[in-house]
Design a protein around this ligand. Sequence first.
Ligand SMILES: [Zn+2]
Length: 329
Amino acid sequence: MIEWDEIVGHERTTSALRRAVAEGRPHHAYLLLGPAGIGKMTIATLAAASLACTADQAPCGECGGCIKTAAGTHPDVWTEVPGGKSNTITVDQVAEIQRRLSYRRAEGSHRVVLIDGAGTMNDQAQNKLLKTLEEPPPGTVLILCALHPSQLLVTVRSRCQKLPLSPLPQHQLAQWLVDAHDVEPSVAAESARAARGLPGLSLELLDPELLAARRERVETMCLAMSGDRATIDAVVKEVGWDREAGGEALSLLQELLRDAMAAAADAAVAPLHPDADPRAGRMAPLSVRHLAQTIDRVEIAREKLSRNVNAGVLLEDLLLHLSTRNPYP
Ligand SMILES: [Zn+2]
Protein backbone atom coordinates (compact mmCIF):
# COMPACT_ATOMS: atom_id res chain seq x y z
CA MET A 1 0.00 0.00 0.00
CA ILE A 2 1.30 3.45 -0.82
CA GLU A 3 1.66 6.25 1.72
CA TRP A 4 0.55 9.87 1.59
CA ASP A 5 4.10 11.07 0.88
CA GLU A 6 4.25 8.89 -2.22
CA ILE A 7 1.44 10.75 -3.97
CA VAL A 8 2.90 13.06 -6.59
CA GLY A 9 1.40 16.56 -6.75
CA HIS A 10 -2.09 17.45 -5.44
CA GLU A 11 -0.45 18.74 -2.24
CA ARG A 12 -3.34 20.94 -1.14
CA THR A 13 -5.92 18.20 -1.55
CA THR A 14 -3.90 15.50 0.14
CA SER A 15 -2.86 17.68 3.07
CA ALA A 16 -6.47 18.74 3.70
CA LEU A 17 -7.70 15.13 3.54
CA ARG A 18 -4.81 13.81 5.54
CA ARG A 19 -5.38 16.35 8.29
CA ALA A 20 -9.12 15.69 8.50
CA VAL A 21 -8.50 11.95 8.66
CA ALA A 22 -5.70 12.24 11.23
CA GLU A 23 -7.89 14.39 13.45
CA GLY A 24 -10.69 11.85 13.12
CA ARG A 25 -13.18 14.35 11.78
CA PRO A 26 -13.55 13.75 8.06
CA HIS A 27 -16.34 15.42 6.09
CA HIS A 28 -19.25 13.04 5.44
CA ALA A 29 -18.83 13.31 1.66
CA TYR A 30 -16.03 14.25 -0.70
CA LEU A 31 -16.13 14.80 -4.43
CA LEU A 32 -12.81 14.26 -6.17
CA LEU A 33 -12.83 15.81 -9.63
CA GLY A 34 -10.50 15.47 -12.57
CA PRO A 35 -9.76 13.55 -15.77
CA ALA A 36 -9.07 9.81 -15.85
CA GLY A 37 -5.53 9.05 -14.70
CA ILE A 38 -5.13 12.14 -12.52
CA GLY A 39 -5.16 10.16 -9.27
CA LYS A 40 -8.72 10.40 -7.92
CA MET A 41 -9.04 6.76 -6.92
CA THR A 42 -5.47 6.58 -5.61
CA ILE A 43 -6.21 9.44 -3.23
CA ALA A 44 -9.68 8.10 -2.39
CA THR A 45 -8.28 4.65 -1.58
CA LEU A 46 -5.56 6.15 0.58
CA ALA A 47 -8.10 8.21 2.51
CA ALA A 48 -10.27 5.11 3.00
CA ALA A 49 -7.31 3.06 4.21
CA SER A 50 -6.30 5.84 6.59
CA LEU A 51 -9.78 5.84 8.10
CA ALA A 52 -9.76 2.06 8.46
CA CYS A 53 -6.23 1.94 9.93
CA THR A 54 -5.95 1.46 13.67
CA ALA A 55 -2.35 2.72 14.01
CA ASP A 56 -1.31 6.27 14.89
CA GLN A 57 0.50 6.85 11.60
CA ALA A 58 -2.27 5.91 9.19
CA PRO A 59 -2.17 4.07 6.93
CA CYS A 60 0.46 1.84 8.53
CA GLY A 61 0.06 -0.91 5.95
CA GLU A 62 0.33 -3.58 8.63
CA CYS A 63 -2.74 -3.56 10.84
CA GLY A 64 -5.87 -5.61 10.10
CA GLY A 65 -7.70 -2.50 8.86
CA CYS A 66 -4.97 -1.72 6.32
CA ILE A 67 -4.55 -5.29 5.13
CA LYS A 68 -8.28 -5.86 4.68
CA THR A 69 -8.74 -2.52 2.91
CA ALA A 70 -5.89 -3.30 0.51
CA ALA A 71 -7.37 -6.75 -0.15
CA GLY A 72 -10.84 -5.32 -0.69
CA THR A 73 -12.27 -7.48 2.10
CA HIS A 74 -12.86 -4.84 4.79
CA PRO A 75 -16.53 -5.01 5.80
CA ASP A 76 -16.65 -1.24 6.38
CA VAL A 77 -14.79 -0.11 3.28
CA TRP A 78 -15.92 -0.83 -0.23
CA THR A 79 -15.87 0.54 -3.76
CA GLU A 80 -18.70 0.83 -6.24
CA VAL A 81 -17.73 0.92 -9.91
CA PRO A 82 -19.83 1.50 -13.04
CA GLY A 83 -21.05 -1.69 -14.68
CA GLY A 84 -23.49 -3.20 -17.12
CA LYS A 85 -24.04 -2.38 -20.78
CA SER A 86 -24.31 1.34 -20.18
CA ASN A 87 -21.29 1.32 -17.85
CA THR A 88 -23.04 3.30 -15.14
CA ILE A 89 -23.56 3.32 -11.39
CA THR A 90 -27.17 2.21 -11.30
CA VAL A 91 -30.04 3.07 -8.99
CA ASP A 92 -29.86 -0.54 -7.76
CA GLN A 93 -26.24 -0.04 -6.75
CA VAL A 94 -27.23 3.05 -4.78
CA ALA A 95 -29.99 1.04 -3.10
CA GLU A 96 -27.41 -1.60 -2.21
CA ILE A 97 -25.13 1.07 -0.70
CA GLN A 98 -28.04 2.27 1.42
CA ARG A 99 -28.89 -1.27 2.47
CA ARG A 100 -25.31 -1.93 3.60
CA LEU A 101 -25.13 1.41 5.40
CA SER A 102 -28.27 0.56 7.34
CA TYR A 103 -26.39 -2.24 9.13
CA ARG A 104 -24.26 -1.68 12.17
CA ARG A 105 -20.58 -1.03 11.51
CA ALA A 106 -18.49 -4.17 11.76
CA GLU A 107 -15.37 -2.60 13.20
CA GLY A 108 -13.60 0.73 13.56
CA SER A 109 -15.03 4.20 13.78
CA HIS A 110 -15.82 4.88 10.14
CA ARG A 111 -17.48 3.29 7.18
CA VAL A 112 -16.17 4.42 3.82
CA VAL A 113 -17.88 4.02 0.45
CA LEU A 114 -15.86 4.89 -2.65
CA ILE A 115 -17.92 5.62 -5.74
CA ASP A 116 -15.76 5.52 -8.84
CA GLY A 117 -17.33 7.00 -11.96
CA ALA A 118 -19.96 8.80 -9.85
CA GLY A 119 -20.68 10.99 -12.87
CA THR A 120 -22.26 8.00 -14.63
CA MET A 121 -25.25 7.99 -12.27
CA ASN A 122 -28.47 9.13 -13.90
CA ASP A 123 -30.76 11.62 -12.16
CA GLN A 124 -32.76 8.87 -10.49
CA ALA A 125 -29.65 7.26 -9.01
CA GLN A 126 -28.28 10.63 -7.94
CA ASN A 127 -31.54 11.64 -6.29
CA LYS A 128 -31.54 8.36 -4.42
CA LEU A 129 -27.96 8.90 -3.26
CA LEU A 130 -28.92 12.42 -2.23
CA LYS A 131 -30.94 10.98 0.67
CA THR A 132 -27.76 9.41 2.08
CA LEU A 133 -25.79 12.60 1.49
CA GLU A 134 -28.43 14.57 3.35
CA GLU A 135 -28.66 12.22 6.29
CA PRO A 136 -25.60 10.00 6.36
CA PRO A 137 -25.57 7.31 9.06
CA PRO A 138 -23.04 8.28 11.79
CA GLY A 139 -19.44 7.55 10.88
CA THR A 140 -20.18 7.31 7.15
CA VAL A 141 -17.77 8.83 4.67
CA LEU A 142 -18.70 8.81 0.97
CA ILE A 143 -15.95 9.54 -1.53
CA LEU A 144 -17.27 10.26 -5.01
CA CYS A 145 -14.94 10.41 -8.00
CA ALA A 146 -16.07 12.10 -11.21
CA LEU A 147 -14.56 13.49 -14.37
CA HIS A 148 -16.43 16.78 -14.33
CA PRO A 149 -18.70 18.64 -11.86
CA SER A 150 -21.43 19.08 -14.51
CA GLN A 151 -21.98 15.31 -14.47
CA LEU A 152 -23.59 15.66 -11.06
CA LEU A 153 -26.75 17.40 -9.95
CA VAL A 154 -26.21 20.67 -8.13
CA THR A 155 -27.97 19.20 -5.10
CA VAL A 156 -25.49 16.30 -4.99
CA ARG A 157 -22.47 18.53 -5.56
CA SER A 158 -23.48 20.97 -2.86
CA ARG A 159 -23.59 18.17 -0.26
CA CYS A 160 -19.98 17.20 -0.92
CA GLN A 161 -16.71 18.85 -0.12
CA LYS A 162 -15.27 19.40 -3.59
CA LEU A 163 -11.65 18.47 -4.22
CA PRO A 164 -10.75 19.41 -7.80
CA LEU A 165 -7.45 17.94 -9.00
CA SER A 166 -5.30 19.71 -11.57
CA PRO A 167 -2.80 18.12 -13.97
CA LEU A 168 0.80 18.26 -12.78
CA PRO A 169 3.57 20.25 -14.45
CA GLN A 170 5.32 18.02 -16.98
CA HIS A 171 8.75 18.33 -15.35
CA GLN A 172 7.36 17.28 -11.96
CA LEU A 173 5.70 14.25 -13.50
CA ALA A 174 8.82 13.25 -15.45
CA GLN A 175 10.98 13.60 -12.32
CA TRP A 176 8.51 11.43 -10.38
CA LEU A 177 8.67 8.69 -13.03
CA VAL A 178 12.48 8.74 -12.76
CA ASP A 179 12.64 8.87 -8.94
CA ALA A 180 9.72 6.67 -7.91
CA HIS A 181 9.48 4.28 -10.84
CA ASP A 182 13.06 3.98 -12.08
CA VAL A 183 12.13 5.12 -15.55
CA GLU A 184 14.85 6.14 -18.01
CA PRO A 185 14.81 10.01 -18.15
CA SER A 186 14.16 10.25 -21.90
CA VAL A 187 11.26 7.76 -21.67
CA ALA A 188 9.94 9.59 -18.59
CA ALA A 189 9.95 12.89 -20.46
CA GLU A 190 8.07 11.39 -23.43
CA SER A 191 5.52 9.66 -21.24
CA ALA A 192 4.96 12.75 -19.04
CA ARG A 193 4.42 14.88 -22.13
CA ALA A 194 1.95 12.43 -23.72
CA ALA A 195 0.09 12.09 -20.42
CA ARG A 196 -0.50 15.84 -20.17
CA GLY A 197 0.16 16.00 -16.45
CA LEU A 198 -1.84 12.91 -15.46
CA PRO A 199 0.25 10.57 -13.25
CA GLY A 200 -1.89 7.45 -13.74
CA LEU A 201 -1.92 7.93 -17.48
CA SER A 202 1.85 8.53 -17.56
CA LEU A 203 2.36 5.14 -15.91
CA GLU A 204 0.05 3.49 -18.44
CA LEU A 205 1.86 5.14 -21.31
CA LEU A 206 5.12 3.51 -20.24
CA ASP A 207 3.61 0.46 -21.91
CA PRO A 208 4.41 0.83 -25.63
CA GLU A 209 1.18 -0.93 -26.63
CA LEU A 210 -0.97 1.46 -24.62
CA LEU A 211 1.00 4.43 -25.92
CA ALA A 212 0.32 3.22 -29.47
CA ALA A 213 -3.37 2.70 -28.66
CA ARG A 214 -3.61 6.23 -27.36
CA ARG A 215 -1.93 7.65 -30.46
CA GLU A 216 -4.44 5.71 -32.53
CA ARG A 217 -7.40 7.18 -30.59
CA VAL A 218 -6.07 10.68 -31.22
CA GLU A 219 -5.54 9.89 -34.92
CA THR A 220 -9.05 8.47 -35.22
CA MET A 221 -10.61 11.51 -33.56
CA CYS A 222 -8.66 13.83 -35.89
CA LEU A 223 -9.96 11.89 -38.86
CA ALA A 224 -13.52 12.08 -37.51
CA MET A 225 -13.09 15.83 -36.98
CA SER A 226 -12.01 16.20 -40.59
CA GLY A 227 -15.45 14.87 -41.62
CA ASP A 228 -14.59 11.32 -42.63
CA ARG A 229 -18.04 9.73 -42.45
CA ALA A 230 -16.92 6.13 -41.94
CA THR A 231 -14.67 7.17 -39.04
CA ILE A 232 -17.44 9.25 -37.46
CA ASP A 233 -19.77 6.24 -37.65
CA ALA A 234 -17.12 4.00 -36.09
CA VAL A 235 -16.43 6.44 -33.23
CA VAL A 236 -20.15 6.91 -32.56
CA LYS A 237 -20.81 3.17 -32.61
CA GLU A 238 -17.94 2.45 -30.25
CA VAL A 239 -19.15 4.99 -27.70
CA GLY A 240 -22.88 4.14 -27.90
CA TRP A 241 -24.52 4.45 -24.49
CA ASP A 242 -21.24 4.16 -22.59
CA ARG A 243 -21.06 7.40 -20.63
CA GLU A 244 -17.53 6.97 -19.41
CA ALA A 245 -16.28 6.34 -22.96
CA GLY A 246 -18.49 9.20 -24.15
CA GLY A 247 -16.99 11.52 -21.53
CA GLU A 248 -13.48 10.58 -22.59
CA ALA A 249 -14.24 11.02 -26.29
CA LEU A 250 -15.78 14.45 -25.62
CA SER A 251 -12.71 15.43 -23.58
CA LEU A 252 -10.40 14.38 -26.39
CA LEU A 253 -12.52 16.26 -28.94
CA GLN A 254 -12.42 19.36 -26.76
CA GLU A 255 -8.65 19.14 -26.34
CA LEU A 256 -8.10 18.81 -30.09
CA LEU A 257 -10.46 21.73 -30.74
CA ARG A 258 -8.51 23.83 -28.23
CA ASP A 259 -5.27 22.95 -30.00
CA ALA A 260 -6.84 23.88 -33.33
CA MET A 261 -8.12 27.15 -31.91
CA ALA A 262 -4.72 28.05 -30.44
CA ALA A 263 -3.15 27.31 -33.82
CA ALA A 264 -5.80 29.28 -35.74
CA ALA A 265 -5.38 32.25 -33.40
CA ASP A 266 -1.57 32.00 -33.53
CA ALA A 267 -1.56 31.82 -29.74
CA ALA A 268 1.74 30.98 -28.08
CA VAL A 269 0.28 28.01 -26.21
CA ALA A 270 1.82 24.55 -26.17
CA PRO A 271 -0.62 22.12 -27.83
CA LEU A 272 -2.06 19.33 -25.70
CA HIS A 273 -1.58 16.89 -28.57
CA PRO A 274 1.49 18.04 -30.47
CA ASP A 275 1.59 14.75 -32.42
CA ALA A 276 -1.87 15.35 -33.83
CA ASP A 277 -0.89 18.79 -35.11
CA PRO A 278 -4.25 20.30 -36.01
CA ARG A 279 -2.29 22.91 -37.96
CA ALA A 280 -1.44 20.30 -40.54
CA GLY A 281 -4.39 21.17 -42.73
CA ARG A 282 -7.35 19.13 -41.60
CA MET A 283 -8.73 21.69 -39.16
CA ALA A 284 -7.22 24.72 -40.87
CA PRO A 285 -10.37 25.89 -42.73
CA LEU A 286 -12.22 26.40 -39.45
CA SER A 287 -12.40 29.92 -38.08
CA VAL A 288 -11.53 30.76 -34.48
CA ARG A 289 -15.19 31.67 -33.97
CA HIS A 290 -16.43 28.32 -35.25
CA LEU A 291 -13.91 26.46 -33.10
CA ALA A 292 -14.86 28.47 -30.00
CA GLN A 293 -18.55 27.77 -30.66
CA THR A 294 -17.88 24.07 -31.02
CA ILE A 295 -15.87 23.99 -27.79
CA ASP A 296 -18.91 25.53 -26.04
CA ARG A 297 -21.16 22.90 -27.65
CA VAL A 298 -18.91 20.13 -26.41
CA GLU A 299 -19.25 21.56 -22.90
CA ILE A 300 -23.05 21.51 -23.26
CA ALA A 301 -22.85 17.92 -24.53
CA ARG A 302 -20.86 16.97 -21.44
CA GLU A 303 -23.63 18.35 -19.29
CA LYS A 304 -26.26 16.46 -21.30
CA LEU A 305 -24.26 13.28 -20.83
CA SER A 306 -25.40 13.19 -17.21
CA ARG A 307 -29.04 13.45 -18.31
CA ASN A 308 -29.33 9.96 -19.72
CA VAL A 309 -28.69 11.09 -23.29
CA ASN A 310 -27.01 8.66 -25.69
CA ALA A 311 -23.33 9.59 -25.64
CA GLY A 312 -22.77 8.42 -29.22
CA VAL A 313 -25.59 10.63 -30.51
CA LEU A 314 -24.13 13.68 -28.74
CA LEU A 315 -20.76 12.98 -30.31
CA GLU A 316 -22.29 12.36 -33.74
CA ASP A 317 -24.15 15.71 -33.70
CA LEU A 318 -20.94 17.57 -32.89
CA LEU A 319 -18.79 15.76 -35.45
CA LEU A 320 -21.36 16.03 -38.25
CA HIS A 321 -21.82 19.73 -37.66
CA LEU A 322 -18.07 20.19 -37.59
CA SER A 323 -17.82 18.42 -40.93
CA THR A 324 -20.19 20.94 -42.57
CA ARG A 325 -17.57 23.60 -41.83
CA ASN A 326 -20.44 26.02 -41.17
CA PRO A 327 -20.41 28.04 -37.93
CA TYR A 328 -23.41 27.69 -35.63
CA PRO A 329 -26.06 30.35 -36.26
ZN1 LIG B 1 -2.97 0.34 9.51
